[in-house]
Structure formats: structure tokens, C-alpha cells
Design a protein around this ligand. Structure first.
Ligand code: SF4
Ligand code: SF4
Length: 137
């Protein structure tokens, strides 16, 4: 893969967001590969954990957001226990999944004025309250 890199790309907003949401220091990873070598589901992944982190270090968030890997990680923490740099890859996957889900929901809104009495009485109360909290503009 040929990458066009610049300081703006490497320090992009989305990379910062991943670091913030995950609480992980992406630059701590020195690419030893121990996380990928120890992952029990690595064969199902299209980008192995150490490569995901390398792509993030290079500001390449989109290919990672499109990957199967972030949905396949089982959060077993095996990689974290093997990482000499204390990187918790499952937290990075949590952050990436959250970004994908928020993107998918970004066009969705619930207008409180359009919620009818029938909807309120038929739908689970927690569902209605949750949707209003999450999706109202
Ligand atoms: S937490 Fe995810 S990436 Fe790490 S070893 Fe488990 S399944 Fe693999
Ligand atoms: S084990 Fe840790 S330092 Fe090694 S490649 Fe994986 S995240 Fe990076």
C-alpha cells in the first residue's frame, strides 16, 4: 500500500479521537507483533492488531474503520497481557466501533414532537427514552 503522509494526516482529528476514546497511547507501540502472534482469532481478521496500530500511527484511520478486525476482536485481553508497552488493543477496537456506529447514526434524529401516544404506549419505555436521549437533535 502506498501512503501519502504529512504531519496533518498523522496527527489528524480522527486519530486523536481514537486515542481519546480508547485511552491508549498509540505511539507507545513499537511493532513487536506480540499482540498479533498471541491473538486467538487473528486468522479471522483482515488486518492484524499490530498492523491496525501501525496504520493509526500513520493517520490511516479509514481503512481501519472499514476493516472486519474491529468487529472480530473478542476483547479477551490476551494481546494486552503480552504487550511490553502496555497497549490495550481491545480498547482501541471499542473506540473504533464507537466511531463507526456514531457515523452510521449521525443522520438519524428523533423529533420529540413526532412521538405519538401510541408509540409511547406500545414501545418499551426505556427504548423511547434511550432513543430520545441518543437521537434527538
Ligand atoms: S483482545 Fe482482541 S485482538 Fe486482543 S487477543 Fe483478544 S481477540 Fe485478539
Ligand atoms: S504487543 Fe504492544 S508493542 Fe507489540 S505490536 Fe502489539 S501493541 Fe505494539
Amino acid at each position: 500500500m502506498r501512503l501519502k503522509l504529512s504531519a496533518e494526516v498523522i496527527k489528524g482529528d480522527l486519530v486523536e479521537r481514537v486515542a481519546e476514546l480508547s485511552g491508549q497511547n498509540l505511539s507507545a507501540c513499537y511493532q513487536c507483533g506480540r499482540c498479533s502472534a498471541g491473538c486467538p482469532v487473528v486468522e479471522e481478521m483482515d488486518i492484524v492488531p499490530s498492523e491496525v496500530i501501525r496504520l493509526l500511527q500513520l493517520g490511516q484511520v479509514e481503512p481501519v474503520l472499514d476493516s472486519e478486525t474491529i468487529w472480530i476482536c473478542a476483547s479477551c485481553l490476551q494481546c494486552a497481557s503480552r504487550c511490553p508497552r502496555g497497549v490495550e488493543f481491545s480498547s482501541i477496537c471499542d473506540a473504533l466501533r464507537a466511531i463507526v456506529l456514531r457515523k452510521r447514526l449521525s443522520g438519524s434524529v428523533v423529533d420529540a414532537d413526532e412521538v405519538t401516544r401510541t408509540m409511547v404506549s406500545d414501545a418499551p419505555q426505556m427504548g423511547v427514552v434511550g432513543a430520545l436521549r441518543k437521537l434527538n437533535g
